[in-house]
Design a binder for this molecule. Sequence first.
Ligand SMILES: [Zn+2]
Ligand SMILES: [Zn+2]
Length: 167
Amino acid sequence: MEKSPAICYQVTGMPLCGVDLEGDVSFEELGIEEEVRFAFPHPLHYRLHLSPMGEDVLVRGSLSATVETVCDRCAENFELKLETDEVCHTYKNVYGQLLDLTDDIREDILLTFPQVSLCSEDCLGLCVICGHNLNQGPCGCRQDMLAEADGKDEASPWDKLDNLKLS
Ligand SMILES: [Zn+2]
Ligand SMILES: [Zn+2]
C-alpha cells in the first residue's frame, strides 16, 4: 500500500460552490525536518477552499503554525507564530484524480519562516563583555569598558546623538 499524501482531495463530483478542507498536519508529514534553529512541537493548521474551474481546481486559503525557535540576539528559546493567508494554487486537469496539495503547502509555509528570529522587536540581546541576557536587567558592565573591548577610543554614540540634537 502506498502511503496517501498528507494533504489531498479526491476530485470527483465537486459541488459548484467548492469544498472546504481543514485540518492539522505534522511538519514531519510535510517533509520538513527539524534543524538547529527550528523545532516543531505543534502541527500546522490549514484552512483551504477548493473551487472547481472546469477541469481545473483553484485552491485558496490560510496556514498557521506555532514553531519553537532561538532568538538571534539573546539565544533564548521562544515560540513563534507563522501565518499566511495567501495560499493560492491552480491545478490543471485534475478532475477524477487524487489532488496532492502537500508539496505546495510545504512551500507556502517555508516562505513564512523568518530570516532573523527575534523573541521581541526590542530584544536587548546579550552583553558583549559578560554574556548576560540584558532582557533580564543590566549587568553592571560599563559603557567605557565596552569601548575598550572594541579596541576603539571613540566618543560614545550617545555623544554624537547629543551633538545632533544641539545643532
Ligand atoms: Zn531575544
Ligand atoms: Zn555585561
